[in-house]
Write a protein that binds this ligand. Structure first.
Ligand code: MLT
Length: 328
């Protein structure tokens, strides 16, 4: 069979997605490529590359990959790809923004519940032979105000579940048409400070940009009310979006001072985050290693969606999930 295009898949892909690319007549070469090799032209002769978050496609790597026509990001965030450099080189960048929504929604709710009922902390105690029943008194989500920073697909999914648990939904999203918030029964705050002043529970669902870098800082965490409906439930923060939106030093000092009662993160300013990160050692912190999209269902959908988008892009058509539209 005549091979139409060569595609490098560097961060893994569900088998069904690989066979979809192959059935379309393309050659798929799987395997992680080190940064130094990418800089030395390892992608020469490849028409497309499909990455997750481990492979970073900087402007230097893009400049060293002159045969590339399409970059596929098997996931949502494209912060590991220099979009400007790709655009100037005439390379189309596509992603798979919808496939992992439900998985991230479920992890966010899991972190919220785990924080409030000390699931991770109580488990750590049990493993040390402690039976800390009295210390593990929690609070309910019901009756509390949940503040969602960003109100895209994932935040709206979280809102839907949180509402069924009896939470009142608030959001700050400067790009959101007010009618969308209204239709989802969420109160839209014009100022982010007002969200912090209102909500005891904050969950982050925006991209990391210059505007959102350290948006969650000490000043804002101090604004949180710490009680709701006569219950001193404390203040709780969850982030399953991107590291860097929370100032982690400020979060650690807020946990130490008690301004923040619990924090649960799936994403970190520096990843992989290890035991050297003092935040991870705090007793009122629990975390996961960037696994929001790591479910069998999401990975199957992500793989198939990105395979379809790359196939379309290679055929010269414009995929719906084109990220750098201006390159055309
Ligand atoms: C995404 O942006 O799709 C998620 O954070 C998962 C990932 O980076 O792999």
């Amino acid at each position: 069979m005549h091979i139409m295009a060569r595609i490098a898949v560097t961060d893994g892909m569900a088998p069904g997605a690989v066979s979809r690319l192959e059935k379309a007549g393309h050659e798929v070469v799987q395997g992680f490529i080190e940064k130094s090799d990418l800089l030395n032209g390892a992608l020469d002769g490849f028409d497309a590359i499909i990455v997750r978050s481990a492979t970073k496609l900087s402007s230097e790597i893009i400049a060293a990959s002159s045969s590339l026509k399409v970059i596929g990001r098997a996931g949502v965030g494209v912060d590991n790809i220099d979009l400007k450099a790709a655009g100037s080189a005439g390379i189309m960048v596509v992603n798979a923004p919808n496939a992992s929504t439900q998985s991230v929604v479920e992890l966010t709710i899991g972190h919220l519940l785990s924080s409030l009922r000390h699931v991770a902390k109580a488990d750590r105690g049990l493993r040390e032979g402690k039976w800390e029943k009295k210390q593990m008194k929690g609070t309910e989500l019901s009756g509390k105000c949940l503040g969602l920073i960003g109100f895209g697909r994932i935040a709206q999914g979280v809102a839907k579940v949180a509402k069924t648990l009896g939470m009142e939904i608030h959001t700050y999203d400067p790009y959101l048409p007010p009618k969308v918030a209204k239709s989802q029964g969420a109160y839209l705050h014009k100022k982010v400070d007002s969200l912090f002043q209102t909500c005891t529970h904050i969950s982050i669902h925006c991209n990391l940009t210059e505007e959102t870098h350290h948006l969650v800082n000490e000043k804002r965490m101090k604004m949180m009310p710490g009680k709701q409906g006569g219950i001193a439930c404390g203040n709780h923060i969850v982030n399953c979006a991107r590291g860097g939106i929370i100032d982690e030093d400020a979060l650690l000092s807020s946990l130490e001072s008690g301004i923040i009662t619990s924090a649960a993160l799936d994403v970190f300013e520096v990843e992989p985050a290890t035991g050297n990160n003092k935040l991870i050692q705090h007793e009122n912190f629990h975390g996961t290693p960037h696994i929001g999209a790591a479910t069998m269902e999401a990975q199957r959908r992500v793989g198939l969606d990105i395979a379809d988008a790359v196939i379309l892009g290679l055929s010269g058509k414009k995929p719906k999930t084109l990220v750098n539209g201006s390159f055309l």
